[in-house]
Design a protein. Structure first.
Length: 212
């Protein structure tokens, strides 16, 4: 727990550091800053400078603390692999820096392809999660959490192995789509991740049930 406490403090500071960057750039930043972009890669949402510099880092840090706290409160957290725990600790800090680098650059008049960066970031995260997902045992926070996977270790292992491949395939799709920016591959990928593991694990459940 002491190791995790230290890691939590360090990753929270990293998540908050864009606030310091915003203070350094304060006089150069406009009063209103683009913070949301549509599928056409055009800004369609803006926030005040104060919200961007102070509010957004604080909000991301809050989400980071919630994500880590929920994972650490998992009664089966010992089944979660160390590498997967590192991913839990690292996702929000990485997202924070990528997001704020893009937001600040855009606010300063630097041309940034938000769609390209966003798709590549999501794609890399999916690939990393997919690679390490099968290496974690049953838990309530990491993996495909369904009644039949949580009650059957073999079902859990098989479902998360297949899901790991799906995550990596979808990650590749997102990276390729970064150069096309089509909404269709994104929707199909998300639906695959939601539906296929559920159906696959239920089939395994029914087969094991019929053998009893």
């Amino acid at each position: 727990m002491r190791t995790y406490r230290r890691k939590l403090i360090i990753t929270s500071i990293i998540t908050l550091l864009p606030m310091l960057v915003g203070l350094i750039l304060w006089n150069k930043l406009p009063d209103t800053i683009a913070t949301h972009w549509g599928a056409d890669n055009q800004a369609n949402g803006w926030s005040s400078k104060e919200m961007v510099v102070f509010g957004m880092p604080a909000l991301l840090t809050f989400f980071h603390l919630i994500a880590v706290g929920v994972t650490m409160a998992d009664p089966k957290r010992k089944n979660i692999s160390k590498k997967m725990m590192n991913i839990v600790f690292g996702i929000v800090p990485v997202v924070s820096w990528v997001v704020f680098a893009s937001v600040y650059a855009t606010a300063l008049g630097i041309s940034v392809n938000i769609g390209l960066i966003g798709n590549i970031l999501v794609g890399i995260l999916f690939i990393v999660i997919g690679y390490f997902m099968p290496k974690s045992g049953q838990s309530y926070t990491v993996g495909i959490k369904l009644p039949w996977t949580l009650n059957d270790e073999e079902n859990w292992n098989r479902t998360n192995r297949v899901s790991g491949y799906l995550f990596m395939i979808c990650g590749i799709v997102f990276i390729v789509n970064a150069f096309f920016l089509s909404i269709v591959p994104m929707i199909i990928s998300v639906l695959m991740l939601l539906i296929i593991p559920m159906i696959y694990s239920y089939i395994i459940y029914q087969k094991s049930k019929s053998k009893k």
